[in-house]
Design a protein around this ligand. Structure first.
Ligand code: ZN
Length: 278
């Protein structure tokens, strides 16, 4: 909804600007004609200075750049992370990594590479064991705080982005969410589960492309769940080259984007019990 509104604003703004170009000649006059309340959200979303809008040509690349995909990789870093980063560079793709504390300790060089090379880093906890992670709101929060500490010790980065093991549905009860959000963490789930870990050969790529196209037509910027697995990497170039050839920008998640997360809506229940939360 937010993206639709933004797109509408951008289109309206483009129309205004085109009209303005026919009527006036100077930047000052353009600035007077386009109210700043149109420009500010666009500037904020794209991390731009308002001066940027003084160049009338800016609209054309911005309209073209509407196709955005957020690739996210869970459960790393792994011995394959270096290869994965090289591959992403090759296709001019950025991505976000939700990582586990013990694996970050094991592969600190890869974690540092991610930060230095402009990828986004998020937290995935410590144990990845639903029995331990979802035992209480304290255990869930504590695992994320621990992962945050490890990330900060390695890189100096202090990430507030988290993804809970297996996603927030069904075990992240509302009381857990409250504790996590009160601490300041942002919960991220996904639009598209690539099912890279269970689908054979390249069928995960085909399925993911199909879903990305569908959501893009609905005006969304899909968040895609992938894993740092050998099987994923094997067919990832097919996905990356498709996205490049079809003018998708592959960007990192960040604080200025509204997080995508599943809500309980009576679907959450305690791990180990089939009883629904009241
Ligand atoms: Zn995971």
């Amino acid at each position: 909804m937010k993206q639709m509104m933004l797109l509408t604003k951008k289109l309206l703004l483009s129309f205004l600007l085109l009209l303005t170009c026919f009527l006036v000649n100077t930047n000052e006059e353009i600035e007077k004609l386009i109210p700043h309340f149109f420009l500010q959200p666009i500037a904020a979303e794209n991390k731009l200075n308002l001066d940027f809008f003084n160049d009338p040509l800016f609209f054309f690349p911005m309209i073209e750049s509407e196709k955005v995909v957020y690739l996210t990789f869970d459960d790393g870093p792994t011995p394959q992370s270096g290869q994965l980063l090289d591959m992403l560079h090759q296709y001019d793709a950025k991505a976000t990594f939700f990582m586990l504390a013990p694996k970050m300790k094991k592969h600190p060089d890869f974690v540092n590479r991610m930060v230095k090379e402009g990828f986004a880093v998020g937290l995935h906890g410590v144990t990845h064991d639903p029995n331990l992670f979802y035992r209480s709101k304290e255990s869930a929060l504590q695992e994320m705080v621990e992962a945050q500490k490890v990330l900060e010790e390695i890189t100096g980065e202090n990430s507030m982005m988290i993804r809970t093991p297996y996603g927030s549905i069904p075990y992240l009860l509302d009381s857990y969410r409250k504790a996590i959000e009160t601490y300041g963490f942002q919960i991220w789930d996904w639009h598209i589960d690539s099912r890279d870990w269970e689908l054979n050969e390249q069928s995960y790529v085909e399925k993911t492309i199909e879903e990305i196209e569908k959501l893009t037509q609905e005006g969304k910027h899909p968040v895609v769940l992938l894993h740092e697995l050998n099987e994923t990497l094997e067919h990832l170039p097919e996905l990356l080259s498709y996205l490049r050839e079809n003018n998708f920008q592959m960007k990192t998640l960040n604080d200025s984007i509204e997080p995508i997360f599943f809500e309980c809506n009576n679907r959450c229940y305690e791990y180990g019990s089939e009883k629904k939360e009241k």
